[in-house]
Design a protein. Structure first.
Ligand SMILES: [Zn+2]
Length: 226
């Protein structure tokens, strides 16, 4: 699916359409591609940024005498990913789920900073690591649970990764990837980076899109993404 989508984006860039047209076309065009190749690529309104590789991990509960159970379904993960690709696709950014999901045993309910830090032991180089867990306690206000977080390992601040709870809403992964790509919170209702929603369409603005592209380019240039 992601490959098809990327192929189609390449074709559209080759066509040299204006940016707004490209965006409208893209949203309705998922899955239609497969008739372009990199050799036909020409510079469009945006320079091309490779798909951002994600390394996805899913926590599973392992109890003796019972079958291991993953905290989220494959559909839950792919819905989150589709939403991230839809929202960032308007800025010619995409996320690629390249390898089989890794399983983490028994790091399912994260209560403390130490629990979050413990995930760093799994980190794969060259990708944005995303961990799906069962529950994510708010470490500042333990009365609350979080839907997701872009976390930095306190023992090594260079290690940053996304954690998404099984209680997340559809746009949570996209929101956290927004942080990963350099965007802070917004106070504008229904903005992807805002907590405020009223059921209207979720969006990123031009400035946020430009910031995300700039950050993605820098992450590839520094080889943090490969
Ligand atoms: Zn946030």
């Amino acid at each position: 699916m992601t490959q098809l989508r990327n192929a189609f984006l390449r074709v559209m860039r080759f066509g040299g359409q204006t940016q707004p047209m490209l965006r409208r076309t893209f949203i309705g065009a998922v899955g239609m591609g497969a008739f372009g190749s990199a050799s036909t690529l020409m510079a469009g309104p945006n320079d091309v940024i490779r798909p951002i590789p994600l390394r996805i991990w899913v926590a599973q509960r392992v109890v003796e005498g019972e079958a291991p159970s993953a905290v989220v379904t494959a559909t839950f993960v792919s819905d989150q990913l589709s939403e991230a690709n839809r929202l960032f696709g308007g800025f010619d950014l995409s996320f690629e789920d390249r390898v089989e999901h890794g399983l983490i045993v028994n790091l399912t309910d994260l209560e403390t900073r130490a629990d979050r830090n413990a995930l760093a032991g799994q980190l794969a180089k060259g990708s944005c690591n995303v961990f799906f867990v069962g529950r994510l306690r708010d470490v500042d206000d333990p009365q609350l649970n979080r839907m997701g977080v872009m976390w930095r390992n306190l023992a090594n601040l260079k290690q940053k990764y996304v954690i998404v709870s099984s209680q997340a809403r559809e746009t949570t992964l996209a929101h956290e990837l927004g942080h990963y790509l350099g965007n802070g919170h917004s106070g504008v209702k229904n903005n992807l980076m805002s907590y405020e929603r009223d059921g209207g369409e979720v969006f990123l603005d031009e400035k946020q899109g430009a910031k995300a592209r700039k950050t993605a380019r820098a992450l590839f240039a520094s080889k943090e993404l490969q």
